[in-house]
Ligand binder design. Sequence first.
Ligand SMILES: [Zn+2]
Ligand SMILES: [Zn+2]
Ligand SMILES: [Zn+2]
Length: 502
Amino acid sequence: MSEPAGLSPRNTTRGRPRTTGTDVCARCRRSAGKARARWPEGKVCGPCFTVATRTHGACPDCAQHRLLPGPPHPEGGPRCAECADIPHDFRCSRCGNEGESYRRGTCARCALRDDLTAMLLADPADPVAIGRLVDVLCKAERPESIITWKRSPTVQTLLAAISTGNTPLTHEGLDDHIQTAGRAVDHLRALLVHHGLLPYRDPYLARFEIWIEDKLRPLAPEVARPVEHFAKWHHLKRIRSTATPDAPARGPVHSAKQEITETAKFLQWLWDTHERTAATCTQQDVDEWRADGPTTRKQIRTFFVFARNTRLNTSVEVGHYTARTRPTLAQDQRLAWLRELLTGGSESRPYRVAGILLLLYAQPLVRVAALRTDAISIDPATAQTAIAFGARPVPVPAPFAELLLDHLKARPNLRTGVAESPWLFPGTRAGHHLHPNSIMDRLRSLGIQLTGARNRALDDLVTQMPPPLVADALGYSYQVAFLHANAAAEPWARYADISRQR
Ligand SMILES: [Zn+2]
Ligand SMILES: [Zn+2]
Ligand SMILES: [Zn+2]
C-alpha cells in the first residue's frame, strides 16, 4: 500500500494522542514518537501498550487465563507474554497480578493500597471500619482513578475526618460534608452503597423526611400529631420498604406529599372551625369539606382508611365518594393514547410497549413488568402473533404486533451480564426485570391516567367477551371480571375499594 501517510484512514481517528517522531508502531502503524516498548514484532506505541497490558483472557496457545499482551492474531486472538515471546515480566511484585507496572514494579491497585494505608490507617478511630473502607476503595475497577481522586484536598479532608472518627461512616455523617465536598461525598456514598457498607438510600426519600418535618412545624399540636402518624407510619414506612435503585421513590413520594398536604389542610380547618380533631371528626365534617373546594380535597381518603385501620377514627367513611367518581378514560382518549404510543416519539420503545399492553389488555403494571419473553408466540400456520397473560394466549393486533416483535428482538439492558434475559422488559440490574414503579412513573409523566386506562380497557373487553373468558385470557379472577361487566353495563357501586391494587 502506497497511501500517503497523512490520508490514511487510521490517522483520521479521533481521541488518540498524535505523536510526532520517526518510529512507527508495529501494531497501529502510526508514528510512535518515543516507543513505549520494543517487542518481537517491533516498536509499540503508548496507546497500543496500554491496550496490551489491560487485555486479559484465556491464551489460545497455553490455555492459561492471564494477561494477553501479544499482537493481534488472526487465529484465536492475542497470546500471553510467554507464548508471544515478549521478554517482559508483567507480574506485580506485591500481588502477582499481571498488568502495567504503576510504581516501582507494583500495580496501580497495590500502589493505591499503600497510599490509603499511609493516609487512613496510621491511627484510625475504628480500624475495622476504616479497613473496610480501604478495601472498598481498592476494589475500584480502575484504581488509577481513585489515586487521582484522592489527591484532591477536599477528598483528603473528607477521608481524614472519617479516619479520625470525627465523621461517622453513615449517611448522616456524609451529609455534613455536602456543602464543602458535594461531589466527593456523592462519589464516596455511591461506592459505599454499591459495596454494601451503607444501605441504599433513595435521594427522594431523604428529602421527603426533611419535607415532613417542615410540614409539621407550623401546625397546631392537635393537627400535627395525626398528620405525623399518617406521614411516618403509613407513607414513609411503605415507601422505605419499596424504594430500590431500580425503583426510585420519586412517584410515590410525590403522591404521598399531596395526600399529606390535603390531610393537613383538612385537619387544620376542622380544628379552626369546629375544634374537632381526627379522632372526633364526624362524617358531616368530611362531607362539608368536600362539598365545595377543589377536587384535590378527595385526597384525604387515604388518611381515613389509615385512621380506620389504626382505630383512630372508625366512624368516617370516605370510600363511597370515590366510587361515584370511579376513574375511567374516555374511549377517544384511550384511542388517542394508543395511537400516540404506537407511532412513537413520546417515549422509548419499552415504555411504549408496556403502555400499549395496559391500554389494550388491561394488564396491571406489576404483571406487565414481570412478563417473560416466552409469553409471546407466533402461530406457524397463520403467522398470527399472540401473547399469554393467563391460561390462553390472546391475539396481538397487527400494528402492535410489529412493534412488540421489534422490541423483543432489540430489548435494552441486555448488556448487564446476562446474554439471554428471560424478561420481556429487562431491568438495569443483571437478572432483574424493570420495576413496575419505573414503568408507572414514565407512563404517568406522559399524562396517562393508569387506573382509568386499565378500567376502560377491561370494561371494553368484557363487552366483547363473556367475563369468564376475559378472566381466563387475561389472568383476572372471575370476580373482578364480573365487576367490570357490571361497570360497563350499569351505574357503578363501590368499585374503587376492590380495584385499588395496581
Ligand atoms: Zn500503536
Ligand atoms: Zn500462552
Ligand atoms: Zn499488585
